[in-house]
Write a protein that binds this ligand. Sequence first.
Ligand code: IPD
Ligand code: CA
Length: 252
Amino acid sequence: MLQQLIDIVRRAGELICNARDIEKDTHEKTGASDLVTKYDVAVQAFLKKELLALVPEADFLGEEGEHDTLTKPWVFVVDPIDGTTNFVRNMFYSNIAVALVHEGSVEYGVVYNPFTDELFSAKRGGGAYLNGRPIHVSDHDMAHAITMCGSTIYDRSYTDRSFALMRQLYDLGLDFRRFGSAELDVCYVACGRVEVFFECRLNPWDFAAGSLILTEAGGSITRLDGSPIDPCCAGSVWATNGICHEVLSLLH
Ligand code: IPD
Ligand code: CA
C-alpha cells in the first residue's frame, strides 16, 4: 500500500513541476492570503481518482472543493498543494500530502516536495523515511532548538496568540523560521532539521500525513492544549522532537 501511495504522489508531483504561468491562473478564495491555482484543483482531481481506485471503500477529504460527509472507516486526507502561496511565488517549498486514516488513526502518510524531490513516508509501526532512508528526530534540548511556525493567516483572530508564542519560544530556544508549508514543517521536525513546529489552527490536510511521519520518527504531536490531534478535524498543532514537548507547560 505505502509504495502504491508513493507512486501516485510522485506522479502528482510531475503536474506541479510542469506548471507554467501559475500567477495567471490564481484566484483568491477567502482573501489575499488564501489562494487557489488551477494546479491545486487539477492535482486534487488526479489524486482523488487514483486514490479511490486504490481504496474504493474510503471517503475523501481534500482541501479543494466540496468535502464528503465522513461515514466510512477509511478516509484519505489530502492536500494537493500545501504551501500554495510559495508555489505561486516560485519559492519551491510546497508539497503534496496524503494520509490514509482508519477509524481516526493515520495508518499511512506521504509528504512530497517535488521541487527538491524529497519524499517523506511512513506506515504505522514501520518507521519513517526520507527518500527510502530511515529518519529520526534530533536530540537537541530547547536551548538548542529551532522553532518553525505557521501564522494562521486565514484567521487573523489568532495573530496575537501566534506572535506571543513565537516570542516565548524565540527566547527559550536558538532561533525561529516561518517557511509556509505546515506538512513539510512537521517533516522537518521528523528528520531532525528543526525541533519544534506550532500553529494555532490548521486544517486536517495540513498535518495529518506529517503527524504519522513525525511519531514514526520518534517525535510527538498534540494540540497546543496538550490533547491528542484528530487527523480529520481542524485544530492547533504542537509538534516536537519529544524532548522539547514538555516546554508546552512553560508557555502562557
Ligand atoms: C497553508 C500552509 C501554511 C500555514 C497555513 C496553511 P495551504 O496551507 O501550510 O504554512 O500557515 O495555515 O493553511 O493553504 O498553502 O495549503
Ligand atoms: Ca492547499
